[in-house]
Design a protein around this ligand. Structure first.
Ligand SMILES: [Zn+2]
Length: 331
């Protein structure tokens, strides 16, 4: 099964007469992740029925961002939609299916300022939110909306928030290239939906709603959409809502590739399993043992990773406080 001429993106759009924030919600960027699609369909049905009313601003929701991957029931169609997420240069046709989808989604994202991207993951584990860099004027991913992004993550109701992605991705590329800093083209591959949104002056949070098959994940996705709408003042506040519980904050510090099909974990890991320094994580094909280099947590362990791709990430406790605006001058 491949691309069909009938493939279309379904886009639910709601615009209140009163101006306000512009929120975009994506589901199904990865085809085997269905919770976001279910959460979006439920929110759309409530908006259509009038149970939920948009008070201001604009809300756009795409329940299945990658229809080909969804039809296949796989993470990817021809490739990972959440990489190389940049529009094709003018006059140049996208090289593949996901490139054509990206060319449709980017102009849509350009009309919004906030992105909530709903995902799920392979290993067992609890839902968590992922945010980007702290405010900075660097070249890799300059950013000035870390506080707003952190506030959104804080209100999505997960017990954990993970920061950092592109810097770890860049470091991983450099590692693969024997220490050479990654060039722009290679780095562009690390761009997902949120990186694109930040590059356009907006901000974005990825919500990992739970394991792919977790029956609770669609509810996590649905509640997150409502929480985002409430936080942004786009729907009426919930008088019964409890204040957000402060999540524990982790920072990604490294990514380790699987190099060989014989590379094996020492046991089945779940995302956020804690690790003590020196603890064995996996055994390489040559018999060498990979150990935790410091105390921390394993994230996205993927025992089915293809050789040459990400096997697992490592995170440590972060000192960032999402509830406070940055000191002037940033950090
Ligand atoms: Zn995903």
């Amino acid at each position: 099964m491949s691309e069909q001429p009938t493939d279309t993106l379904r886009i639910h759009g709601y615009a209140a007469l009163k101006p306000g924030p512009r929120l975009m919600v994506l589901g199904g960027v990865h085809g085997d992740e269905t919770c976001g699609s279910a959460g979006i369909e439920r929110a759309a049905a409530e908006l259509d029925a009038g149970f939920l009313q948009l008070r201001c601003g604009q809300l756009t929701m795409v329940p299945v961002a990658n229809p080909l991957a969804r039809r296949l029931g796989r993470r990817e169609g021809e490739r990972n939609l959440n990489r190389l997420f940049r529009p094709s240069p003018p006059g140049i046709e996208a090289a593949d299916y996901e490139g054509r989808i990206t060319d449709l989604l980017c102009p849509l994202l350009d009309r919004h300022e906030v992105l909530l991207d709903l995902h799920s993951f392979q290993s067992a584990g609890e839902a968590f939110a992922m945010i980007g860099p702290r405010d900075n004027a660097g070249t890799l991913e300059p950013f000035a909306r870390a506080f707003e992004e952190g506030q959104l993550a804080l209100h999505l109701g997960t017990s954990r928030v993970v920061e950092g992605w592109l810097d770890i991705y860049a470091a991983g590329l450099a590692q693969r290239a024997g220490g050479q800093p990654a060039d722009d083209a290679a780095l562009a591959f690390g761009w997902g939906t949120n990186e694109y949104m930040r590059s356009r002056g907006g901000y974005g949070v990825t919500l990992e709603c739970g394991q792919h098959q977790d029956p609770a994940a669609p509810e996590v996705a649905y509640r997150a959409i409502l929480s985002a709408l409430r936080l942004l003042g786009m729907v009426a506040p919930d008088p019964l809502a409890a204040p957000p519980v402060r999540p524990s904050l982790l920072r990604l510090v490294s990514v380790t590739d699987r190099l060989d099909e014989e590379d094996q974990f020492v046991r089945e890991w779940a995302t956020f399993d804690p690790m003590a320094k020196g603890e064995p994580i996996g055994v390489r094909a040559d018999g060498s043992v990979l150990e935790a280099v410091r105390d921390g947590f394993i994230v996205f362990p993927n025992s089915a990773a293809l050789p040459g791709t990400e096997w697992f990430y490592f995170a440590v406790a972060s000192d960032r406080d999402l509830s406070r605006p940055p000191l002037s001058g940033g950090a």
